[in-house]
Write a protein that binds this ligand. Structure first.
Ligand code: SF4
Ligand code: SF4
Ligand code: SF4
Length: 159
């Protein structure tokens, strides 16, 4: 039988896109073991962990970026997190059609926010420079999300 709170979480996640915390071992089984104690939320100095759907922790990149400090994992009393010698997650950004540059309006806010230099701007004939993401360089930190004036940036799980 499917746990009711898990069913609620999965249904809600489809609707609102629950964002996984870094270093989660098994995203699919997360709600089986997370007790919603809030220790990770209190430990995050960036205050980007918030209580999401069903009370399960999620990350709100509109509040800031993940610095990969590992404090959330260390604070968690359950065995939900990998050790930090592994990659924190398999995710990178995607830019949608709300991007100002795609509407021929000069903007490089995402580029300026990215320490990894994962967003480069390429000149195109007849339009302002367009953002191009180098997925391999994107750490998924989310630093570019909040500065985007049109909410054009979202995080996508990579295969
Ligand atoms: S690794 Fe640090 S900054 Fe990132 S979510 Fe966890 S506590 Fe917050
Ligand atoms: S910050 Fe947003 S609107 Fe500006 S170029 Fe980047 S994706 Fe486009
Ligand atoms: S998520 Fe971080 S690393 Fe990736 S493009 Fe945005 S700022 Fe750069």
């Amino acid at each position: 039988m499917v746990d009711q709170r898990r069913r609620f979480f999965l249904r809600s996640a489809q609707k609102t896109k629950q964002q996984s915390l870094p270093w989660i071992k098994d995203i699919g089984a997360f709600t089986d073991h997370c007790t919603r104690c809030g220790e990770c939320e209190r430990a995050c100095e960036e205050q980007i962990i918030v209580s999401g759907d069903g009370g399960f922790p999620t990350i709100d990149f509109n509040r800031g970026e993940c610095t990969f400090c590992y404090a959330c994992a260390q604070a968690c009393p359950e065995k939900l997190f990998h050790s930090n010698d592994q990659r924190p997650w398999q995710q990178a950004i995607s830019i949608n059609e709300n991007c100002l540059a795609q509407k021929n309006i000069e903007c490089r806010s995402c580029h300026d926010a990215c320490d990894e230099r994962a967003i480069r701007f390429q000149h195109r004939l007849g339009s302002v420079a367009q953002p191009e993401i180098n997925i391999n360089d994107c750490s998924g930190c989310g630093a570019c999300v909040a500065p985007c004036p049109t909410n054009a940036i979202s995080m996508e799980q990579q295969a």
